[in-house]
Every structure is written in C-alpha cells, then in structure tokens.
Design a protein around this ligand. Structure first.
Ligand code: ZN
Ligand code: ZN
Ligand code: FE
Length: 754
C-alpha cells in the first residue's frame, strides 16, 4: 500500500504499527519520498479492516489524500516492523509547525496518578513545540533547543518504542529529565509553587511576563480594569485591542458570540486568536478593546497555559511581550532587560525559544476565514505555487512584513515579522531570513523586492552581493499572491485596495484595478487622486485626509464644511493645511483606498484620532448598519478613473441632513462595492476577462469582502480571495516570488505552467 498526503512528521508510522499489530498483520512500514509505504500480510478480512482504519483513524495532524493498494504473494513476514529508509534524510528536513497540546497529553497532566501530572512541558508525536525550537535540520532532538536535556530511562524507552505515542517525539520530556519553570520577582527566584504564585499575582491585579511557545506574553486579569489600564500605560499602547486567552470554550462563549466557524477555528490545532463579536456586560474591562465590537480570543495551547488556568482568573489579557513597535521578546535575558518596567514578575523556563513566532490572528466571515496575521501554528507550512521556479527570496514590504523563500513549486512564507521601521525589527528580520535559508538549505538565485526605494526590505535586497534583483510593483504582488494561492496563472482583473504602495509613476497607489497575470500587469483603473497634505502626517492624522477630500470635492467651501462638522484646527494649522492643498507643497497625490476610509471616518466623526494603523477604517466598518441597503452613487470615467469624490459629496449631504452614522457608513460601503463592481464590468467589457482577484488590507473588512463577492458573483464573475495568506501586506512576499518566477520562466522561453 502507498499512502499519500500529509503523512510524514505527524506520527504516521507508529500509528500504522499499532494498527497492524491490532489487526494481527505481519510486514513493515517505511517513509519514501513524500509518501508512506506499507507491506502487510494477513487474512483478507483483516487487511480490509486495516485499510479502512488507515483513513478513518489517522492521527490528528495527518491528512490521507489517497491510498493505493496492490495484491502480492505472501512473503512469510514475522511480526510488524518500522523500517528506516533511504529517504529518511529528506523526510526529516521537513520542519513541522508548532502544535497545540493534544487531548491525550492534557489527560496525563490532569491525572494525579500519571508521572507527567501537572508537568508544563508534556508533549508527544501529536503535539508540542516544533518550528520555534528547531535550530537546524534534520529535525532531531539534537538539533533543537531540547538538546541540553538528556532523556531519562523511561522517556528514552518511550521514544524508542514504536507502539508508544512518544515514538520519535523529539521534544519529549518529563518532570525527571525535562525543562523546569520558575517565578522571578523582585530579584527572588522560586521554583516550587510558581504557577500558584502567578495565579495569585494575576488575581491581585499584577502584570506578569509569561514565557509562551514563541515568545513572552504580558498577562493580566482581563476583568481588572486597573490592571488593563496599567498595561496600556506601560506598553505605550493607547487603543489597539489586546488579545485574550480564556480557560476554555465555555468562557469564550460567555464573552463572545461564536458561530460554528469561530468555534472550529478556536479549537483547531493552530489555536489562533479568533476575532468574535463581544457580548454585553461580561465583566471584561472596557480597556481591553476600547470602542471595539470584537474581542480577539484564543484557547490555551501549551500545558503551561492549561496548568496556569487552574490558578488564574478565567480570562487573561495575553499581549505580545514587547515595547510598542518592537519585535517579540523571546530570550530570558532580553525579557529581564526589556520587560522589567512592564512586568511585576516573570514566569520563565529553561527551554530556549530559537525563533520567535507571534500568535496568529484570524477573522471568521460567512464565506470563510480571513487570516490577519499568519505565524504560530501555520509557519513554516509550505504553499504550493502554480509555477516552477529556481530558488527565489521575496523580501516583502515594509509594514506587516513577511519574507518568502520559494523553489520548485514550493513557497514558504515566514512568520509575521512586523513593521520594518526600528533597528530591532530589522535585526530580527535579518536573523529570521538567514535562519530560514539555512533550515531549508537554499541559496537564492534571485531576490524579489518592492519598487519603493526607501523600504528597508528593498535596501536589504540591494545589500546582498552577487544576486539578481527583480523589482515587483506592490499591487501587482498583491494580485499575484492571490492568484498563486488559488493555484491560478491566467490573466485576471485584480482589485488591490490598501493604504500605501509605490506606483510605477512615482505616486502613491492604493485603490487599483489591474489587468494582471503572474508575470506582468497594466493599470486599468484607479481611485481618483487626492493630495496627502503633509505626506506621512496625513497617514497618521485622518482629519488631514478629511480636509483633502473635502477640498477635492468642494473646493474652497471645504473650510466652512469642516467647521460645521467640528473638524478643528488652530488658525495657524489650518492656514498651512490649506496652503498645502492649494499648492501641493509636501503633499503627494494618492489613489489610496485606505486614505479614503480615513477621510470618511473622520468626516463622520467616527474616528478622528488614529492610534494604530487601520483604526479609522475598522471603526467605520463597525459603525455600519448591516441592514441598510442604500448605496451612494459614483461613476467610473472612460479612462478608468473611479470617481470616489461623488461618494464623499453624498456622505457630506447626508451628514448635513442629519442622517445617522450607521446609515451613512453602510451607504458608503455599499456605494464603494457598486463602484468596484462597475469598474470590473468595464474591464470585462474591454478585455473579455471574467476572473477577479481581490487583495490588499481593505479586504480584512468583512463588509466590503462579503458584499463585493456577492455583487461580482451575481454579475457572473469568478472571484478569487486569499484563504492562506492575509490580504494585507503580509502576502506581498509570496506575490514577489511568483512574479519573479514567472519573469524568469518567460526569459527561458518556457510558457507559464498551466
Ligand atoms: Zn500530545
Ligand atoms: Zn524523562
Ligand atoms: Fe499593500
């Protein structure tokens, strides 16, 4: 029998061994390249039952795609054996992602009679740390941060026993031989009762730095308003929502309305943070997610977390252990140095995290989950791409950076790195790239980068000696990523909506209709351009964008309208602002969709002070009344320009007429959806293309995503969306590698693979 699918590095051979033994079959099992081969000998009915169970009872992490079986003459095997095979080396070069604790291990740590009772580092072949502890390949214990812990006799026996759940479980450990936890507080270290003590500290309102799987968290009682506020103060984080870890699904249901999709995501072995609508009066501090209708919830994913909840409050803020904008802290030493002013105590352990990895974030929508941040649990899983390539490194964009390594038909995007605007993040970025290339044993033949000359990722690319550089336009990369993820290579209508991307004409793009395939694109349409008064200042201050749109839509009347809506500046500030708008001084043109959302959000008074990226748009979406079906009318000009100014005029009219913000916001969203659908109709009319790909951070907006998909589907378009990568700039690196691959393929004279 040959079993194909996800069958290596997931405990499949021990599973086959146990199954064969149960059915009294003789023979052997071994890994071959990419599949598992089984020789089994026994009565036909036993073979039949064995075959059925092979798929039905496969380990949780395995995915059996196909079993092919042929009959053979009996060879007279005795017993059943697991064989080491030639392909072993290549098989073990696959690095699995970290996996949440499995139910069997959970049962053990809860059983007072078990030798792993209450042990925070319990794991087995079906669960535990992987990517975050691997230092080099092959994936053996000696090449992980577990190498310093010599297995005790009992652990070694389990590790060597094919019938055991811990057969070749590389990070396996027990209280006798494995890592230990301790509490550090006021210079005093205590080992015994550390978890109880942390529980007590948290109940008393303290902030505790807790070492997790991929880095440190800062934790506090989510129901304690003073503690949550103190955490905001110390972290320098004004309003950006904090994620919560809750003790179990029951507590999650008490705090939020969860549908089936949300529950499934929460319980998945990746254990991401799941965004869900929060319920009223649950006792959770308003400061957890101020002005937000959602909470980000996750369930415990390590034994340490499970054990912690035996002593702590049922809902904890669990936010990344870092200073605002810096990368995640992941070593004990740097935690002591960097988090000392943020945390009242530290819960640490002596197993090192080799590579930091943030918690992943997903948003369930009626049409499927949208990834917001792809990291722990998902990385370093590969994405199959529809084009053959030499090794290419895509260095990503500037914000929400990821990078991506691709070879053959495989692309491996990195974990979320962050915004490349601090020296610390840049160091982490370089470290992560070299670690990734070493892990996969790859040396890039080409590096693909953004066209923006000032992105630190672009500069990084330019600093690499002797490698070919391929520049890829930002929004082309967005659309190529969406095509590639969906296994498509044909030409499509791409709608790329985001905040900022460097255009081929030197202006800032961000509301783009492209006709694109993997290799090339042309700009078929874009949002009407407006000025960004003060350049970067206009990104940070939505009021400036409000004035820019009011000026573009109403000319000099904008000042009286702004005054009427309470958009206030000092006379001096207003003077400069108007001068910038009239002359264009330090005020580049942009077709950005993000800036349009900023403007409308500020005009309506929904959000006028931005404290984190995307806040005005997120709050505008939350304000919308989903029952409202009205839509503002806009138009698409013959040259492809999308006239968004008419939407702004109608927003202003309704606001003067006293229409509620919930209605205005919905009509604006609906109007934008219609306008985009019109632009697609126009492009289809001109090109005959009926395939649409949606990408860019705006598609984290569930309202835009759902309504545009519906509208386009009704008009007979086929619509592609991101299902693996986030639609935001995290997907840029994937897009870069496929564009580079397509260009290199074209040069060789080969056709892009169908
Ligand atoms: Zn387990
Ligand atoms: Zn042991
Ligand atoms: Fe973008």
């Amino acid at each position: 029998m040959r079993v194909a699918g996800v069958v290596q590095g997931v405990g499949f051979r021990p599973f086959v061994y146990r199954l064969a033994t149960r059915h009294h079959l003789a023979g052997s099992v071994r890994n071959t390249s990419g599949s598992v081969e089984i020789d089994a000998e026994g009565p036909p009915e036993s073979i039949e039952a064995f075959l059925g169970a092979l798929t039905d009872e496969a380990p949780a992490l395995a995915r059996v795609d196909c079993v092919t079986a042929i009959e053979a003459d009996p060879a007279g095997y005795e017993g059943f054996r697991i064989l080491e095979s030639q392909a072993e080396a290549s098989a073990s070069s696959v690095i699995p992602a970290d996996v949440c604790m499995c139910p069997d291990c959970l049962r053990e740590i809860g059983d007072p009679a078990d030798r792993r009772h209450a042990y925070p580092f319990t794991n087995c072949t079906n669960c535990g740390p992987r990517f975050t502890i691997v230092q080099r390949v092959p994936y053996d214990r000696a090449n992980t941060t577990m190498s310093g812990f010599a297995m005790c006799e009992r652990c070694a026996a389990e590790y060597a026993d094919p019938a055991n759940r811990r057969f070749h479980a590389e990070p396996t450990a027990c209280p006798e031989c494995g890592p230990r936890i301790w509490l550090e507080r006021d210079g005093i270290t205590t080992e015994s009762g550390a978890l109880e003590a942390v529980g007590e500290l948290l109940r008393g309102g303290a902030i505790v730095a807790i070492k997790g799987l991929g880095g440190f968290h800062l934790a506090c009682d989510a129901a304690n308003d003073d503690a949550v506020r103190a955490l905001r103060d110390r972290k320098g984080r004004a309003a950006k929502p904090f994620a919560l870890m809750v003790c179990d699904l029951g507590e999650a249901e008490r705090l939020c309305e969860l549908d089936e999709a949300a529950r499934t995501l929460m319980l998945s072995h990746q254990r991401p943070i799941v965004l869900a609508a929060k319920r009223e009066s649950t006792g959770i501090s308003e400061s957890v997610a101020p002005g937000n209708v959602y909470l980000g919830l996750m369930l415990p994913y390590t034994p340490l977390h499970h054990l912690l909840f035996e002593h702590s409050p049922p809902a904890l803020v669990m936010t990344s252990g870092n200073l605002s904008e810096e990368p995640l802290t992941f070593t004990n030493a740097s935690a002591r140095a960097k988090l000392a002013r943020l945390a009242d105590a530290f819960l640490m352990y002596d197993r090192d995290i080799h590579v930091p990895c943030d918690d992943s974030v997903v948003r369930p929508t009626p049409d499927g989950a949208v990834s917001i941040r792809r990291a722990r649990g998902y990385v370093p899983n590969a994405i199959e791409i529809p084009i053959e390539c030499d090794c290419v490194l895509g260095v990503g964009a500037e914000q929400k950076n990821t990078f991506c390594v691709a070879w053959d038909r495989t692309a491996v995007p990195s974990q979320h790195i962050g915004d490349l605007d601090t020296a610390e993040t840049l160091d982490y970025y370089r470290y992560a790239i070299s670690h990734f290339l070493a892990l996969f044993g790859r040396e890039p033949k080409a590096i693909a980068h953004d066209l923006h000359p000032d992105y630190l990722s672009t500069r990084y690319a330019q600093d690499q000696p002797g490698v070919r550089l391929i520049g890829v336009q930002h929004h082309h990369a967005h659309i190529a990523a969406c095509l590639a993820e969906n296994g498509r290579t044909e030409t499509c209508i791409g709608i790329a909506l985001d905040g900022t991307g460097y255009g081929t004409d030197g202006t800032i793009w961000g509301g783009e209709i492209l006709i694109a395939d993997l290799a090339d694109f042309r700009r078929a349409g874009h949002f009407a351009q407006v000025r960004m008064p003060g350049s970067e200042a206009a990104i940070r201050d939505p009021k400036r964008m409000a004035m820019a749109y009011l000026y573009a839509a109403f000319g000099d009347d904008c000042e009286s309208i702004a005054q009427r809506f309470g958009l206030a500046w000092t006379p001096f500030e207003r003077g400069i602002l108007m001068h910038q708008l009239r002359t264009g001084m330090n005020s580049p043109l942009t077709s950005s969709a993000g800036r349009l959302f900023d403007a409308v959000s500020a005009i309506c008074g929904v959000c006028r002070e931005r404290s984190y990226e995307g806040q005005p748009a997120a709050e505008l979406e939350m304000a919308a009344d989903e029952r409202e079906q009205g839509a503002y009318q806009g138009s698409v000009d013959p040259d492809g320009q999308i006239n968004t100014l008419s939407l702004v005029r109608l927003v202003v009219e309704d606001r003067i007429a006293g229409v509620d913000n919930a209605v205005i916001s919905a009509r604006f969203h609906n109007g934008l959806v219609r306008l985009l659908a019109q632009a697609c109709e126009k492009a289809r009319h001109e090109t005959g293309i009926g395939l649409v790909a949606l990408s860019g951070g705006v598609f984290q907006n569930a309202l835009i995503l759902a309504r545009l998909r519906e509208e386009l589907a009704q008009s007979g378009f086929e619509v592609l969306v991101h299902t693996l990568m986030p639609p935001n700039d995290a997907c840029i690196s994937l897009g870069q590698v496929v564009v580079a691959a397509a260009r290199m393929t074209d040069e060789k004279g080969n056709n892009v693979c169908a």
